[in-house]
Every structure is written in structure tokens, then in C-alpha cells.
Design a protein around this ligand. Structure first.
Ligand SMILES: NC(=O)c1ccc[n+]([C@@H]2O[C@H](COP(=O)([O-])OP(=O)(O)OC[C@H]3O[C@@H](n4cnc5c(N)ncnc54)[C@H](OP(=O)(O)O)[C@@H]3O)[C@@H](O)[C@H]2O)c1
Length: 246
């Protein structure tokens, strides 16, 4: 049991999160799928179990303090450690239209909603689980960021993401990248690696059908960063093995 790797994936009932759970499970990792609704988590875990994957479903709305504590308690009691945390749960603004430029029209409420999920709660769940990750021989934290959080690429007027200027979402991912950078430095020497992943533009509810990448490929960056060895990157921003500029 001590050598069996345990992963927790937030927002794992659908989209990139579910596919990441499936691909990691296929690599022999024990999977804890976390979802806002217990029914959705259990259903997703059952689907993976039918494929021979060791999977469990738990309820975890990352914005809920009690549920974050309950998730840590569950992992402590069941496994006594956590090897891989994939901070996958994320949102765009409600009624998001990706190509709309709403910079001056971004409301306080929109910032609050997007930052609460994409940054504040992500930091809170990571803090809650860090004592368990420190019990792993080689902890891995993967933060689902986005190329839309790259200040360098947004600064290029003719970049492919130039028309996509949704301030709340983009700023939340830029801030998340800062968290990756800072946490990786804080944890240097512990064996824990922390990286930001850009999955690609992926056909999910968030990415829409206009996206150019299938979900199977969209999960690859998260899976690879979850399984990196001692010589793998730390405190980096990665897409399919390539480093992206902050
Ligand atoms: N798709 C893309 O093109 C793309 C590109 C760059 C980055 N990303 C990032 O990749 C991650 C996954 O995106 P996706 O495309 O798979 O999105 P998605 O299909 O919309 O799925 C989002 C997942 O997050 C969950 N979630 C949202 N708020 C939550 C909360 N408060 N607590 C727990 N779970 C919550 C959702 O749960 P419910 O089912 O309950 O709503 C759902 O499982 C996100 O962080 C996103 O920003 C995606």
C-alpha cells in the first residue's frame, strides 16, 4: 500500500478532469474523483471501476470549507497520504463568450466568482492537503492554468490568443501561475514538485466545440506532470512537454 500512488483530482466528474482520472488510473494510480455533487463523483468512479481502475468518488465543492476539511479527513483515514493533487476544477465567467472584450465592463461580482474558484479555493484545498502530500515520497501538484494566463503571449499583438481578452478568467490564471511559482520555491527540497499545466484548447463545456483539441489529448499534460520523475520540471508552465512563457 505504501508504494501505491494515490491521486485526487478536483472537478473530475466531466471534461479534462474525468479524462485525466481515467488516464492516470490506466497507469495504475488509485484515483479519488472529487466533484461538487456526490452522485456525479460516485457515477464517474463507477465508470472507471468498470474499466478495472481503483477509483473512489467524494463530494468536494472546492469553495466549501467544510468539504475541503472532509476531503482531507477522508484521505487521511483511507490512505494516510496523497501523492498527486490535480487542481483541475475551474470556471469562466457566467455566460462567457470567449472572444468578447469585457475589460472595462468586468464587474466585482464576476472577479469574485472566477477568482474564488480558480485561485482562492485552489490555494485553500492545496493548503488543506499539503500535510498529506508531504507524507508522499514524491508529491506532485498540478495546477490547471491556461495559455490565456500568459502575460508574455498577451503582450504579442498578433498572437493566436490576442482576441481572447476575458480579464477575470485570464487574470485568475496569471495569478495561479504566480502561486505555482511561489509554492514550488517554498517546497524546494521536500521532493514535492508544483507545476502549471496548459491543457490546450480542448472540446469541453468550458472550451466549447470550437476548440481544436480532443479531450483525450487535453488530459495529456496533466497526466504527464502528475507522473514526472525526480528530474522533471518544478515551478514551470507546461503544455505537452514544452515550456510556455509566463
Ligand atoms: N477546455 C479548455 O480549452 C481549457 C483550456 C485551458 C485551461 N482549461 C482549464 O482546465 C480545467 C478543466 O476545464 P474543462 O475544460 O474540463 O472544464 P469543464 O468541462 O467546464 O469542467 C469543469 C469541472 O470543474 C468543476 N467545478 C467547477 N467549479 C467547481 C467547484 N467550485 N468545486 C468543484 N468542482 C468545480 C465542474 O463541476 P460541475 O460538473 O459540478 O460543474 C467540472 O467538473 C479548468 O481549470 C480550466 O480553466 C481548460
Amino acid at each position: 500500500m505504501k508504494n501505491q500512488k494515490i491521486a485526487l483530482i478536483t472537478g473530475a466528474n466531466r471534461g479534462i478532469g474525468f479524462e485525466t482520472a481515467k488516464q492516470l488510473g490506466e497507469q495504475g494510480v488509485t484515483i479519488v474523483l472529487a466533484a461538487r455533487q456526490l452522485g456525479a463523483a460516485t457515477e464517474a468512479a463507477n465508470e472507471l471501476k468498470q474499466q478495472g481502475i481503483d477509483a473512489y468518488g467524494i463530494q468536494l465543492d472546492v469553495t466549501n470549507t467544510d468539504e475541503r476539511k472532509a476531503a482531507a479527513k477522508y484521505l487521511q483515514e483511507k490512505f494516510g497520504k496523497l501523492d498527486i493533487l490535480i487542481n483541475n476544477a475551474g470556471v469562466g465567467p457566467k455566460n462567457w463568450s470567449m472572444f468578447e472584450k469585457t475589460i472595462s465592463g468586468t464587474t466585482y461580482e464576476e472577479f469574485e466568482y472566477v477568482f474564488n474558484t480558480n485561485l482562492f479555493s485552489l490555494v485553500a484545498i492545496t493548503n488543506e492537503l499539503l500535510p498529506l502530500i508531504k507524507k508522499s515520497d514524491a508529491g506532485r501538484i498540478v495546477n490547471l492554468s491556461s495559455i490565456l494566463g500568459s502575460l508574455t503571449i498577451h503582450s504579442l499583438k498578433d498572437s493566436p490568443i490576442a482576441p481572447m481578452k476575458t480579464l477575470s478568467y485570464n487574470a485568475s490564471k496569471a495569478a495561479l501561475n504566480m502561486y505555482t511559482n511561489h509554492l514550488a520555491l517554498e517546497l524546494e527540497g521536500t521532493g514535492i514538485k508544483v507545476n502549471s499545466a496548459h491543457p490546450g484548447w480542448v472540446k469541453t463545456e468550458l472550451g466549447t466545440d470550437a476548440a481544436d483539441m480532443e479531450i483525450t489529448d487535453g488530459a495529456k499534460t496533466s497526466v504527464a506532470l502528475a507522473l514526472i520523475g525526480e528530474d522533471g520540471p518544478n515551478g514551470r508552465f507546461i503544455h505537452l512537454g514544452e515550456e510556455l512563457p509566463w
